[in-house]
Design a protein around this ligand. Sequence first.
Ligand SMILES: [Fe+2]
Ligand SMILES: [Fe+2]
Length: 295
Amino acid sequence: MPVRRLLAISDLHLTHRHNRQALLSLPSYGADWLICAGDVGDSLADLAFAWDLLIPRFDRVIWVPGNHELWCREDLAQADHGRGADRYARLVELCQAYGVLTPEDPYPLFVGRGGPARILPTFTLYDYSFRPPEVAADQVTAWAWEHGIRARDEDLLHPHPYATREQWCHARVAQTEARLSTLPDEPGVKRILVNHWPLRDDLVRIPKVPRYRPWCGTTRTEDWHTRFRLDVVVTGHLHVRATDWRDGTRFEEVSLGYPRQWGEGREIAHYLREVLRDEPAPPGGRGGPDWQRWR
Ligand SMILES: [Fe+2]
Ligand SMILES: [Fe+2]
């Protein structure tokens, strides 16, 4: 019997034809589980394409939403798929119809190599709190615009029924904290949290677009790794693949990214990261700022 592995990838961005074509050549992984940490694509059709392809290749698929799935792109005839929380509900419905686990499902127990582990898929969004202290909250988009940065979320990611994306974020954070707080103690069972956006500001490393930072998360999740005793946190969104350690928790950024951000002769299979691999501690110990960049 082959050993079951827990694999992860995010930011497949299947709206791009190149990524879509590349996914077609993914082999079958038998008993392995796959985490898709958001930005699968910009449309419900992209999501359906992914599940049609991935469901037969993995024993189980787990998904959390990214900002791209939440976009309402009129050019992709998305108007009938709802806005904001309604759209999120549609996405969850579609995943559940395929048997894909979402943040709205019971937290599954992974049993296999490196496990057992409780997997915690979450959806938290961002609230513009990842910004330098001297930039006021109401100045943050102007500050980003000084460098020509304006996230497309501003036009395409509706917060409905909330007035703002911050309010939606805060509601999601509160709801998720309430759920994580009631997790039972399971001795010997690891905890793996999955979210599209990074949990901590100090993990946002985007040298090419540093002022995109406000759209990358919320400081309200800064201590979740210690507070909820997480062993591994799997995220995407940054399109900068990395492994970091904070306070004994391993943070994995598992993005594929846009066509120009991966490849160089490698197939998508190369980017599936094993979450529960035996990871040696970095030279500076497991608390430090050491990080590993993945090519
Ligand atoms: Fe992305
Ligand atoms: Fe994203």
